[in-house]
Design a protein around this ligand. Sequence first.
Ligand code: ADP
Ligand code: MG
Ligand code: ZN
Length: 488
Amino acid sequence: MTNDRYEAVIGMEIHAELRTASKMFCACPVVDTTVAEPNTAVCPVCGGLPGAMPVVNKLAVEQAMMVGLALNCQINAFTSFARKNYFYPDLPKGYQISQYDDPIATNGWIEVQTDDGEPVRVGIRRAHMEEDTAKSFHHAAPGGRGYTLIDFNRSGVPLLEIVSEPDMHSAAAALAYATKIREILRYLGVNSGDMERGVLRFEANVSVRRRGSQTLGTRTEIKNLNSFRALVRASEYEIARQIEVVESGGVVVQETLGWDEARGVTVTQRSKEHAHDYRYFPEPDLPPLAIDDTWIEEVRQSLPELPDAKYRRFVAAYGLPENDARILVEDVALADYFEAAVRGYGGKAVSVSKWVVGELAYLMNRDGIAIERVRVAPESIASLVKLLDAGTISQSSAKDVLGTMFESGRAPEAIVKEKGLVQISDQDQLAQVVDQVLADHPEEVTAYLEGRESLLQWFMGQVMRATRGRAQPQTVLGLLRAKLEARR
Ligand code: ADP
Ligand code: MG
Ligand code: ZN
């Protein structure tokens, strides 16, 4: 999308709901807002009743610290809350409690890699805590008699906003960054990454500038990108649009945009003249938090192994090909599954990984099933690879068996037995089949002996047909060669 003369600049704001049992400033439970009965998890605090007093959720603060540490940020010893004032039906208090001057985490970075392998280091400007808003549901009706219903279950759910530096220069880099942030949040267990449930939302700030220029161009901000696809399409569209504006002698107007998924265009929501003045001021109902080093160290100790470290370990300890390791590590649940399978086998990690990122991943993609819902137990994958490595079943039978395991969740041994797939590797038994095939095809034998060596594969095919694919190929090949040579 960027051409030779222009460079795109992208900075991202990512909103992630934290995964606590209760809300940010009250004891209401955090419920799955896509299934819970509306307005069943609301109290005077998150309902915004006058005089109700907020209390900070300690676990939410710890989860914010975890994210800050995982993103190589400084965790600030002094962190305070602020009121961000604006009026909207989904904001019952008329302000959102957020952080402004003293965010909990600042000055971090992560390294990401685009699909074509280009490494990008993205600075993290800050991560701050806030509360989510309620959710509006607009119902259209004929004659302009539509109405809006509001569900306050989401009101006050802990939210972390992660703000990057403008360090990305393509939609691909923005995608790699957003993917990595989601990955890290899932590793930390602080967010499910379930974009369909809206627990993770992206905003992309986009500008363009002359290649080689160090100053930033005027940016637009694309709000509410609810999928990776929307992030990529909207960024690409916006980069191309801005280049066109500048090329044709115009200037980019600073504004807030929305993404129209159906039409594939960005649309103006508000321009700078109508920009919000949030009139931030310190939240008088909450004291600032003092975070001492002991607490930070405790949280640091509690961090799980993160994707980069896991990747290095998978390559070093298991000897996995880099590409396999990368695929496994992208999803912590898949990585755990793989390790459980390796434990089940007691070794041979490379064969296990080959089946997990190969045939199993293929079946998962085909049916759109996440690893958490796959019916094949890790131990069963281990057993399957064992059967294959021991020569009990052939490569093609193994695929067949895995297909059945995937449908039924049954163990491979039973399926192998039932389908009669046990590989024939017995010399005497195979020798009989080979003799029969050669006896049935005297012309081909003569042709082979006269120099048509390619017929060897054809004989192989005949043996496979006679054994319904169960013959052990190496043994058959050896027998064929020997028996044909013996006829010279
Ligand atoms: P605001 O809070 O008003 O949105 P910030 O200065 O905090 O403004 O910036 C928000 C995001 O916009 C950050 O991720 C930052 O990296 C990005 N950003 C700022 N200026 C630009 C620019 N000229 N081009 C692209 N991204 C930018
Ligand atoms: Mg912004
Ligand atoms: Zn509440």
